[in-house]
Design a protein. Sequence first.
Length: 317
Amino acid sequence: MRIRSDLERIEAEIDRHLHSPIPFISVVSRYIVGSGGKRLRPLLMVLCARLCGNRSNKDAALSVVFEFVHAASLLHDDVVDHAEVRRNQPAANTVWGNPAVVLVGDFLYSKAINLAVSHNDVHILEVLTRATTLMAEGEVLQLINADNLEVAEEEYLEIITRKTAVLISAACQIGAIFGGGSHQEELALRQYGHHLGIAFQLIDDTLDYTGQVEELGKPIGNDIKEGKATLPLIHTFAHCAHEDRQRLKEIFSADEISPVDFLKVKSIVTGCGGLDYTCQSALKHVGAAKEALEVFPGHPTKALLQDIADFVLCRRT
């Protein structure tokens, strides 16, 4: 399969739809959307549509909906988190300020809905609006649990399901709808995207400890500095020795976390198996994602979706 040509079609559609008669909106939108994203969500929509029989070239126009929703969520996230860096460049809110960035995020959300409406399919709209609603709820859940080191693993998985997995799942499900897939195929691809999205976020959690700034495009240890307890830390806190638990509490509740403090947290998390546990959890979700594809017969696109699932486990960015 020629993924490069798919990505080129997606990029062309993104560029075409980022225009606004208000130049400032176009500038900020292109700053975040054009800053090096993987285009995973629109690509998954295109591939899932193809797997379900799509042969039209209108798939790319619908697929950019998922990149715009994703970009809008990043803009809003960076405002909430007071982020300073995104994709190896200053976060948009540090360049133009919070009010402007929030409003441009709203523009991208509205643009995405408008593009979806243009396809005249109520089912597609139902899936998309359900996903964006769950994403907003996920943001609120994460805010409620800010600086909460004792958040339960189940609640954390609910947060990342809503914040990350639902949009990837929706992209895959809408791909099936657009491609004319059966109800069984639609549900299978929805499940594929669900498990793929959770695995993607869990690996992202580990990279916050093990990645490199140049690869990630943001500072290492960023989650801890922003008061976010992710699965490696949640598992560690629930299973480590009392003295390590007390040390983690002290560091996590501090106003500022120094590089030495982060290295101490990393040492405890690694020693208590937090990273291994998270990787194993991601591996299980990748297995579930690939299992969901078994309803489809052998097909080059099916193999490609399986490869994408495997890639999630070994990615470095």
